[in-house]
Design a protein around this ligand. Structure first.
Ligand code: A3P
Length: 405
């Protein structure tokens, strides 16, 4: 059984308990985890000892919890990290399944379509060198595919560059500051580290300097392509599918961008988004979406609809569509097809995304919890299918992509 499967089974087991019993079980799990890391007896780990600074406990459990109960800690869990007892009590409530929606989703957007924030200004000529955008809804296996592609000697795969949604780095900074989403800087910093050998501090300083000078994102892309030398840059950022204009921006920036549309069954994506508590991860401290299932359905449906509509206007020679389910079941077949699409020779290194320990885990924190491609993850979610009927638009998009919903 994979680590992820064990964690999901443990979560299901916890959910069968009453809240009080769940808290006690979580206390046990947290103590065991801390004790194993510290190599002490679990009984030595105090349950109610209060540490005024919640950060050490948050950092300790942040990713570890993913392998234990199938969800990592998020920043909104921080205030509960003063003691093992307080964290267990909080998680006992957090894990409880959210109520199923009474009615199917009616509107694709929560508050109507949001503005893209992009101007129609063209910053310089289109970039000539090809680039590949890996487009998908969140939780579709994009981190895995990105890391597979990144093993090809003729490709450089960057995760979460978060550039395409902006005209300039100044606009990007304003968005980061307004929403507090500092993680948006991470992918570019990792790319600068990997391509230019910068330290973490140097990369962050360079990124801030680009923001201060309000450099157009086209200049940043051109710089990354130069640093990547003869490797073709892959940009995978699931946020790009959040708005039709962000996708259209790729065609304004590049003369011959290529696109890989990665799809995954809506049921799997919705289960993952709800379990990972994406509905609680709201920019700028906005109130949590009252219905996580509808929130997750909107993420899947809107991203895939935007990508479908966008690709209708792109030369079919410049895009391809692959499914996560086929990717994990038949990785060699799918990667052969992708290499042919990219006009590069197939290289078996793409089948070993974890080889060399150099896995770039920006994106899905769960990617690092695995050590190989796990075909079982494509089917596991079926054990807990979503408890609600999908909206009409979701069913139409699912049908267009070949999924029964
Ligand atoms: P689950 O939460 O259903 O496990 P993304 O990177 O687009 O956010 O996608 C996350 C999904 O990728 C996870 O969804 C997980 O199933 C899948 N994934 C990550 N690493 C994997 C691996 N090594 N093998 C198979 N699937 C993997």
């Amino acid at each position: 059984m994979s680590v992820a499967a064990r964690a999901k089974a443990k979560r299901a087991e916890l959910l069968r308990l009453s809240q009080a019993a769940r808290k006690d079980a979580l206390v046990g799990l947290l103590r065991e985890t801390a004790a194993a890391a510290l190599r002490v007896d679990p009984n030595v780990i105090a349950v109610d000892a209060v540490n005024p600074d919640p950060m050490p406990m948050f950092e300790f459990f942040e990713e570890r919890l993913l392998s234990i109960i199938g969800t990592p800690l998020r920043w909104y869990d921080l205030p509960h990290c003063h003691s093992i007892g307080a964290l267990a009590e909080h998680l006992a409530k957090e894990l409880a399944p959210p109520p199923a929606p009474a009615d199917p989703m009616r509107d694709l957007y929560e508050d109507g379509a949001m503005p893209s924030g992009l101007s129609s200004r063209q910053f310089g000529a289109k970039l000539e060198r090809p680039i590949v955008f890996l487009l998908s809804a969140a939780r579709s296996g994009s981190t895995l595919l990105c890391n597979m592609l990144g093993k090809h000697p003729q490709l450089y795969a960057a995760s979460e560059l978060c550039l395409l949604s902006f005209d300039t780095m100044g606009a990007r900074r304003r968005q980061i500051e307004a929403t507090g989403q500092k993680w948006m800087r991470l992918g570019l910093c990792v790319a600068l580290h990997e391509l230019a050998g910068m330290t973490e501090d140097q990369a962050l300083r360079r990124s801030v300097e680009l923001e201060n000078r309000d450099v157009p994102v086209s200049v940043v892309y051109a710089g990354l392509q130069t640093l990547a030398k003869d490797r073709m840059v892959i940009d995978k950022s699931p946020t790009y599918a959040g708005h039709p204009d962000w996708l259209a921006h790729a065609e304004r920036l590049f003369r011959s961008a290529r696109y890989i549309h990665l799809i995954r069954d809506p049921g799997a994506v919705i289960e993952s988004l709800v379990r990972m508590r994406f509905h609680r991860w709201r920019p700028g401290g906005a109130a949590p979406e009252p219905n996580p299932w509808i929130f997750a359905e909107r993420v899947w449906a809107s991203a895939n609809l935007h990508i479908l509509n966008f690709l209708r206007g792109v030369d079919p020679a410049r895009w391809t569509r692959v499914s996560y389910e086929t990717l994990v079941a038949e990785p060699a077949t799918v990667m052969n097809q992708i290499c042919a699409f990219l006009e590069i020779p197939f290289d078996a290194a793409v089948l070993q995304p974890y080889a060399g320990g150099g896995a770039n885990g920006v994106g899905d924190p769960g990617f690092r919890a695995h050590s190989r491609i796990e075909p079982d993850l494509a089917l596991e979610w079926r054990q807990t299918p979503p408890p609600h009927a999908y909206g009409r638009i979701t069913r139409e998009i699912a049908a267009a992509l070949g999924y029964a919903a």
